[in-house]
Design a protein around this ligand. Structure first.
Ligand SMILES: CC(=O)N[C@H]1[C@@H](OP(=O)(O)OP(=O)(O)OC[C@H]2O[C@@H](n3ccc(=O)[nH]c3=O)[C@H](O)[C@@H]2O)O[C@H](CO)[C@@H](O)[C@@H]1O[C@H](C)C(=O)N[C@@H](C)C(=O)N[C@H](CCC(=O)O)C(=O)O
Ligand SMILES: Nc1ncnc2c1ncn2[C@@H]1O[C@H](COP(=O)(O)OP(=O)(O)OP(=O)(O)O)[C@@H](O)[C@H]1O
Length: 488
């Protein structure tokens, strides 16, 4: 693409000479001849320091925030490099968001599950839909590897340009919003699931976290609308704020004022519930394929969104009954000895509480909980997660999650402290995650349910002793290799 065309969202005057730009990069090591390099001032590093490297690797032009003179290639100074990256990425890929109906989902928990449900319902109703999520991306029906919850604006625009699907449902994380990864994207719908304690390593406090999440609704197009959970206090705050701005808001919850109201649910079988649309006489019985009050709430969000997109309630009910679930979310592995395993992605206090409460209610068994904490992530939630686990479970095995550069020794010391202080005498430490699962399996009996949380379907980043790559792999490995145990 020619430089003038690429830069047109940022610069109105003609640039001479109008050189050819092959690609955009914001990581200097990836620059190739003919690329434009965008220097970003980050949290740990400063892209401006790498302008020299980018030029030596063949960059034809540079964008940055500093006042730089006498570079050997054209330099464009901007007020905000992350914003510029978003605009240039959209320009480079010919503004691909414009050809889609964009649906953005934000909130602390439930984004992935809701996004998968939305995609499934729309496709069930024969409306094509791409998905951009933590677990996987699906473009034109093809699964692609996902490397983030919300990809960089460069990756996002590339994915959007590849997609021929009418709608695109995507997760929009607070990091993504803060770092302007959805810059320039206009959403038809913005959906808010909930807000509870997480990411306080990144955000100063819950208020700042909320303000960042609320930026999704600044990205609504002129006909855009918000879909919000009225059960969550932060949701109520968002509703009030958006209504003051005369933005159309549709709510789901348990009040008669909600656009989609939960009327009742089956106490035993929480996934069986009755809902009603505001102003309509009919009531609808939903039989959701996923358990838990929290998944009911995720389903309500997806239903309301599908209704707003014109899908009939009958089709929605049918779709949710056959919804295959989400990888690594409440995934049950039942062994014929009676021992069951449940793998889940709970990694926040609220997520863990919701999930464990559901397991406790459904599985009338001894609960053995295996989990750890990500290195270099919000440490302030750990005590609360220990409290919740020791409240619901009979035994706890603390183990390693991703260390993310924290030394094994340091993490082990922290796990020991947490176990002693908050484990209520139920916690032991087995740092090797696969050994922890093996230990639980070897000490379990037919009345045991072994719960493994934190990584869901993700691959292990650390080296563990068993030749397995995920928690599900480890379970399957033990099921096939440890046959002797079954006879015990
Ligand atoms: C904490 C965080 O969000 N960091 C993001 C941030 O990194 P940063 O500001 O620290 O970047 P930096 O290392 O200081 O570097 C600054 C700039 O210099 C460039 N650089 C750096 C070194 C070099 O040799 N050459 C070079 O060009 C870097 O490419 C970057 O553009 O900006 C980078 C570039 O835009 C992002 O890639 C990076 O995301 C990292 C990979 C990350 O892990 N983010 C996670 C926390 C995240 O975003 N997670 C959310 C989900 C959260 C959840 O809900 O659980 C997500 O949406 O995925
Ligand atoms: N609506 C909800 N409220 C509370 N907890 C939930 C909700 N939905 C899911 N959870 C819990 O949170 C975990 C993660 O769910 P999900 O992946 O859908 O959320 P997410 O917001 O996409 O998380 P992340 O952005 O970290 O991937 C689930 O495995 C479950 O334990």
């Amino acid at each position: 693409m020619k430089l003038n065309q690429l830069m047109s969202p940022l610069i109105e005057t003609e640039i001479k000479p109008d050189i050819e730009i092959n690609s955009i990069q914001f990581q200097s090591s990836l620059v190739q001849k003919g690329d434009i390099y965008i220097a970003i001032r980050g949290f740990t590093n400063d892209g401006h320091k790498y302008i020299g490297e980018a030029i030596s690797k063949g960059a034809s032009a540079i964008v940055g925030e500093e006042d730089l003179l006498s570079l050997p290639v054209p330099y464009f100074r901007v007020a905000d490099s992350r914003e510029a990256l978003g605009r240039l990425a959209a320009s480079f890929y010919n503004f691909p968001a414009k050809k889609h109906r964009m649906i953005g989902i934000t909130g602390t928990n439930g984004k992935t599950t809701t996004a998968y449900m939305v995609k499934y319902i729309l496709q069930y109703a024969e409306k094509s839909c791409s998905l951009i999520s933590t677990v996987s991306n699906y473009i034109n029906g093809q699964e692609l590897v996902s490397t983030a919850t919300t990809p960089s604006s460069l990756e996002l625009n590339k994915l959007l340009s590849l997609s021929n699907d009418e709608s695109v449902v995507m997760e929009v994380s607070s990091h993504g919003l803060d770092q302007k990864r959805v810059e320039g994207i206009e959403f038809e719908f913005g959906l808010f699931t909930n807000l509870t304690h997480d990411h306080l390593d990144y955000h100063k406090d819950l208020n700042e976290y909320f303000e960042t999440k609320s930026k999704l609704f600044d990205c609504l197009g002129s006909n855009g609308a918000a879909i919000i959970n009225s059960r969550c206090p932060w949701g109520l705050k968002m509703i009030e704020r958006l209504r003051c701005r005369e933005i159309p808001v549709y709510t789901f919850g348990q009040q008669a004022t909600d656009d989609l109201q939960l009327l009742t649910f089956n106490e035993q079988l929480d996934s069986d519930f009755i809902i009603q649309e505001k102003g309509k006489d009919e009531i609808w019985n939903i039989k959701l394929s996923m358990p838990g009050a929290y998944n009911r709430e995720n389903a309500m969000a997806a239903i309301l969104l599908a209704l707003r997109k014109g899908v009939g309630m009958k089709l929605i009910c049918e779709a949710l009954e056959t919804f295959p679930g989400v990888p690594g979310r409440y995934e049950v592995y039942q062994h014929h000895s009676g021992i069951s395993f449940v793998v889940d992605y709970a990694h926040t206090p609220d997520g863990m509480e919701n999930f464990l409460e559901t397991v406790k209610r459904r599985e009338n068994k001894k609960l053995i909980h295996i989990f750890g904490f990500r290195g270099n992530k919000d440490v302030s939630k750990r005590k609360q997660m220990m409290d919740i686990s020791s409240f619901y479970c009979d035994e706890i095995i603390l183990t390693f999650d991703d260390l993310n550069g924290v030394s094994a020794k340091k993490m082990k010391t922290e796990l020991n402290e947490l176990a002693v202080k908050w484990g209520k005498g139920k916690a032991r430490i087995i740092t090797d995650r696969t050994s922890a699962i093996e230990y639980a399996w070897e000490h379990a009996d037919k009345n045991s349910c072994i719960i493994i949380t934190g990584k869901g379907p993700e691959s292990y980043k650390e080296d563990f002793s068993l030749p397995t790559d995920t928690d599900a792999d480890t379970i399957k490995y033990l099921f096939t290799k440890k046959v002797k145990f079954i006879e015990r």
